[in-house]
Design a protein around this ligand. Structure first.
Ligand code: NAI
Ligand code: 13P
Length: 343
C-alpha cells in the first residue's frame, strides 16, 4: 500500500475519526485544530474528550494549531470543519497550499449566503486544485471503532475519485466512487434537514410510521431539487442519498436528529444548539434548501415546514398538521413525473 502524507483540517468528531482511520492505515497524518485549549487537552490526554471521548489518539498522529505547518508537504487535505467555516479557513490557508494538493471535502452542508455547494466554494478559492467529496452513512462514533461502514467519493475526475478511494478504503471502511458530484454533495447536505424533521417527530412522541413517511417523502423532495440542480436521480437511491438519510433519521449518534428531538420536546433553537454543543448542519442547510426550492421552483413541503419551525418560530405540532392536511395527490403520477426528470 502507498503511504500518503495527509492533513485533516478540523478536530471535531469526524476529523478525529477520519484521522485515526488514515493513521491506522499507515498514512502520515497531521490533524489541525484552531482551538489552543483543545490542542493542549488532546496533547496531554491523547484523547478528544469533547468530541470523541474514550478513543485513544496515538502519539505519532501529529497535532497542530499552526495551519502553515499542518498543510505544508501534504498531498491531500481533508476538510472536516463545519460548512459555514470552510471558506474562511481556506482563505487563511491558501497562501500555504500548492495547486497539486488534492482537496477532499467530508463536511455535509451548503454555504448559507451564496447557496453554493462546497465544491463550488473550493473551486472559487482554489481553482487549480483537484477536488473530491467524501460522503455516505458514516457516524464518527462507529467509524472510530472500525465498525463496517460504506461511503462514496465523487469527483469530476475519475482518477482523483479512485485515488481518494485507494487512500481511505479499508476492510471496515468501504469506499465506492461516483461521478455525480452534484448529487453526492446535495444528498449529504439535504438529508440533514429531513433528519432534523425526523427528530422533531420523535420529540413530539410520534412513531415509526411518521418516520417512514418523512424518509420516503423526504428523499423525493431532495431528489426533485437535486435533479433540477443537475444531479443524477439515481444517486439519491444510493449511499449518499437514501443511505445517509436512513442512518441520520434513525441513529441516536445523529446531531441533527437529536437537535430535532429537543425542538419537538419544546426547547427553543438556541437552547437546542447549546445542549448539542457540536455542529448541527441541518439548521443552516434548512435555510439554504428553502431558498433553493424557491429559486428553482421546486415544492419541498417538509423543508418548508422545518424552515418555519427553525426560523419563524412556528409550532412543531402545527407543522405536522400542515403536512398532513395538504391537498390530496396521486403517488403514481408523481413517480411517473419524477421518472421523466434528469436521468
Ligand atoms: N460527526 C460525524 O459523524 C460526521 C460528520 N460529518 C460532517 O463533518 C463536518 C464536521 O462535523 P463534526 O466533526 O461532527 O463537527 P464537530 O462539531 O464535532 O466539530 C467541528 C470542529 O470544527 C471546528 N471549527 C468550528 N468552527 C471552526 C472555524 N471557524 N475554523 C476552524 N475550525 C472550526 C470545531 O472547533 C470542531 O473541532 C460537518 O459538516 C458534518 O456534517 C460527516 C460525516 C460524519
Ligand atoms: O452525516 C452524518 C452521518 O452520515 C452525521 O450526521 P449528524 O451530523 O447528524 O451527526
Amino acid at each position: 500500500m502507498n503511504s500518503n502524507k495527509i492533513t485533516v483540517l478540523g478536530a471535531g468528531s469526524w476529523g478525529t475519526a477520519l484521522s485515526l482511520l488514515l493513521h491506522e492505515k499507515g498514512h502520515k497524518v497531521n490533524l489541525w485544530m484552531k482551538d489552543e485549549d483543545q490542542f493542549q487537552n488532546i496533547c496531554s490526554t491523547r484523547e478528544n474528550p469533547k468530541y470523541l471521548p474514550g478513543i485513544a489518539i496515538p502519539n505519532n498522529l501529529k497535532l497542530f494549531t499552526d495551519i502553515e505547518e499542518a498543510v505544508t508537504g501534504s498531498e491531500l487535505i481533508v476538510l472536516t470543519i463545519p460548512s459555514q467555516a470552510i471558506r474562511g479557513v481556506i482563505q487563511n490557508t491558501k497562501k500555504f497550499l500548492s495547486s497539486n494538493q488534492v482537496i477532499i471535502n467530508a463536511a455535509k452542508g451548503l454555504e448559507q449566503n451564496s447557496l453554493m455547494r462546497i465544491s463550488e466554494v473550493v473551486k472559487e478559492e482554489l481553482p487549480q486544485n483537484p477536488f473530491a467529496a467524501l460522503s455516505g452513512p458514516s457516524h464518527a462514533e462507529e467509524v472510530c471503532k472500525n465498525m463496517p461502514t460504506t461511503l462514496a467519493v465523487a469527483s469530476e475526475k475519475r482518477d482523483i475519485a479512485e485515488l481518494v478511494q485507494d487512500v481511505f478504503i479499508t476492510k471496515s471502511f468501504r469506499v465506492y466512487t461516483n461521478p455525480d458530484l452534484i448529487g453526492v454533495e446535495l444528498g449529504g447536505a439535504l438529508k440533514n434537514v429531513i433528519a432534523f424533521g425526523a427528530g422533531i417527530s420523535d420529540g413530539l412522541g410520534f412513531g415509526d410510521n411518521a418516520k417512514a413517511a418523512l424518509m420516503t417523502r423526504g428523499i423525493r423532495e431532495i431528489a426533485r431539487l437535486g435533479s433540477q440542480m443537475g444531479a443524477n436521480l439515481a444517486t439519491f437511491a444510493g449511499l449518499t442519498g437514501i443511505g445517509d438519510l436512513i442512518v441520520t433519521c434513525t441513529s441516536m449518534h445523529s446531531r441533527n436528529r437529536r437537535a430535532g428531538i429537543l425542538i419537538g420536546e419544546g426547547n427553543t433553537i438556541e437552547e437546542t444548539l447549546k445542549k448539542i454543543g457540536m455542529v448541527v448542519e441541518g439548521v443552516s442547510t434548512t435555510k439554504a434548501a428553502y431558498k433553493l426550492s424557491i429559486k428553482h421552483g421546486i415544492e419541498m413541503p417538509i423543508t418548508k415546514e422545518i424552515y418555519k419551525v427553525i426560523y419563524e418560530g412556528s409550532n412543531a405540532r402545527e407543522a405536522v398538521t400542515n403536512l398532513m392536511s395538504r391537498d390530496r395527490t396521486h403517488e403514481m403520477e408523481e413517480i411517473v413525473e419524477d421518472a421523466n426528470l434528469n436521468w
